[in-house]
Design a protein. Structure first.
Length: 436
């Protein structure tokens, strides 16, 4: 949308405020609120932010980096005009890309994904993506505590008022439909008090934008209704673990699904096989991007519906990659390894980077798995610390993400590990305090 069209919409819809935002390395949306009257200045000139904010850890410690400006200089948010959306409460939203010194900022998660998309475009491939996000939902009680929105077991796929007493999903769907999400469906998931939201595929950058926005805005909507949404991988010892599944199609520049081959015994093309092989060959190296918190590693368990090894299979939910080819135009690879806590730009950028290696080097995947839980043991990194080590050793993924981004990402995560290791958990108190 061009500036004049934005001004017209702002006037017609009586927009009072604009949120100009970017997603940081931790996956948190940050930005500034701007009076709608200043729309031209924002779109034409962008906004300045302290670059050191990208090194801000969850505990507010600012992580140093050899690749990062040490003088707290400004970075610039350059608005992407394609992202203009209307939000509730007379508000509009604009997303943007981060620049430093007139060039794309090397530590930008959205910039990483853009670079990967460009590499695919050079090969005549347009990645399309749809994401499935799982999350847990709670009521906020008067004393500030949280109470599970649903409590009963065996509620998977139940769709009546017992799983949505406050019609929260009506409010979610109405909001996201108004801002252009092609909502498919939502449902109670397998885990207790666990839900899933799905929308249609789009180009990879738009898909990542929508995933980041869904996580951000659903929290706003929950807060307005005295509720809490969390995308933690394993919240409050619940039975369910929240994942983010990326359905990836490889399309041609002029349309058509390049991942399908009706004449092949497998019905998938050599290109798709190469992509799958690349992702699996770098599964350990990209785990930190797909599962970026200490909590995420409580998700990888046998028979958990989360993958535990680098495998693939046809319509197989035990595998790392589930291939769906029920119709040639819908042929896609569902990468099931990411946690809902992941930064969608980093996770999707890493997946595309791994797949790119497979495509360029014509890698061949292993035989498809039948039951990955019985055929293999957990071969993934079992801790965030191990995952960071695998990432730093994966030279190809580091080269694609950039050492600048990997350095600050690992710095943030090491600070997270240090903070956790110094913290006394409830489990330690409950287990040891009485007897010892």
């Amino acid at each position: 949308m061009e500036l004049d069209a934005m001004k017209e919409v702002i006037k017609k819809r009586e927009v009072k405020m604009i949120r100009a935002e970017y997603t940081d390395i931790l996956g948190i949306n940050r930005g500034k609120m701007i009076p709608a009257a200043n729309i031209a200045e924002v779109v034409l000139e962008g906004l300045s932010f302290c670059s050191a904010s990208l090194g801000m850890a969850f505990n507010n410690y600012n992580v140093p980096s050899a690749y990062f400006p040490k003088t707290y200089e400004d970075m610039r948010l350059v608005i992407d005009k394609d992202t203009f959306e209307l939000l509730p409460n007379n508000t509009a939203l604009l997303l943007g890309d981060l620049y430093y010194g007139g060039k794309p900022l090397a530590q930008s998660p959205r910039g990483f994904l853009r670079r990967m998309i460009d590499e695919y475009n050079k090969l005549g491939i347009v990645p399309f993506v749809a994401s499935e996000l799982e999350f847990s939902l709670y009521n906020k009680l008067a004393d500030g505590k949280l109470d599970s929105y649903t409590k009963n077991p065996c509620m998977g796929y139940v769709s009546n008022a017992r799983v949505d007493e406050k019609q929260f999903f009506y409010k979610l769907t109405e909001t996201f439909s108004k801002i252009g999400f092609n909502v498919l469906y939502m449902n109670h998931e397998y885990g207790s008090n666990q839900f899933e939201y799905n929308w249609k595929h789009s180009k990879a950058l738009r898909a990542a934008d929508e995933t980041a926005l869904f996580k951000n805005l659903s929290k706003d909507i929950a807060d307005e209704n005295d509720m809490c949404v969390t995308f933690m991988a394993k919240p409050l010892n619940s039975s369910g673990a929240n994942g983010c599944h990326f359905h990836i199609s490889l399309n041609g520049e002029n349309g058509g699904n390049l991942g399908a081959d009706e004449n092949a015994p497998s019905l998938i093309s050599p290109l798709m096989e190469n992509f799958i092989a690349g992702v699996l060959s770098h599964a350990n190296g990209i785990t930190a991007f797909l599962s970026p918190t200490i909590n995420c590693y409580k998700r990888f368990r046998l028979d958990s519906l989360a993958p535990v090894s680098a495998t693939w299979g046809y319509d197989n939910r035990t595998a790392y990659i589930r291939v769906l080819n029920e119709h040639p135009q819908n042929t896609r690879a569902e990468v099931r390894a990411a946690s809902a806590a992941s930064n969608p730009y980093l996770a999707l950028g890493a997946i595309l980077a791994a797949g790119l290696d497979g495509i360029k080097n014509k890698r061949t995947p292993p035989a498809p798995a039948k039951d990955a839980y019985k055929e293999s043991v957990c071969t993934f990194p079992r801790t965030l610390r191990d995952a960071l080590d695998f990432l730093k050793k994966d030279e190809f993924i580091v080269s694609q993400a950039g050492r600048e981004l990997v350095d600050i990402f690992c710095g943030l995560k090491n600070e997270e590990i240090k903070d956790f290791e110094d913290y006394v958990t409830d489990w330690e108190w409950d287990t040891y305090s009485y007897h010892l």
